[in-house]
Write a protein that binds this ligand. Sequence first.
Ligand code: RTP
Ligand code: MG
Length: 140
Amino acid sequence: MATERTFSIIKPDATRRNLTGAITAKLEEAGLRVVASKRIHMTKEQAEGFYGVHRERPFFGDLVSFMISGPVVVQVLEGENAVARNREVMGATNPANADEGTIRKTFAESIEANSVHGSDSAENAKIEIDFFFKPEEIVG
Ligand code: RTP
Ligand code: MG
């Protein structure tokens, strides 16, 4: 498997609890390298655009409100099989179902305030990276 990139967000519940470093350490321990990172406070328009695929889901409004409730850290992660590796270390969406040792099992507060986002495919990773980063902001 060739080197791949994925997109990650450290969500507001985690920045609020000062967990940026602890979560990044777990990503790095999983073999992922942070090749771009910035702390931002998303606008409503950005959050709605980013989660556009979930627009029709019942939790959409709450999700957008949560994602703009505080700062987030958006990151580009690089590594072998990065998309799958990141999903693995994140754990299941609902922390109650997440495996021991995963980021969500260790840190998440609820199915919504679940500390991290990670792209679900290489195709979406590219779209999500382009949504937040200019090429020159990524240093591999
Ligand atoms: P993500 O996109 O954030 O990496 O998480 P995911 O693939 O595991 O979950 P997804 O189904 O894509 O949902 C996106 C985010 O919406 C929130 N959510 N809330 N209240 C609910 O039932 C519910 N379901 C999902 C979570 O913050 C989830 O990460
Ligand atoms: Mg998802």
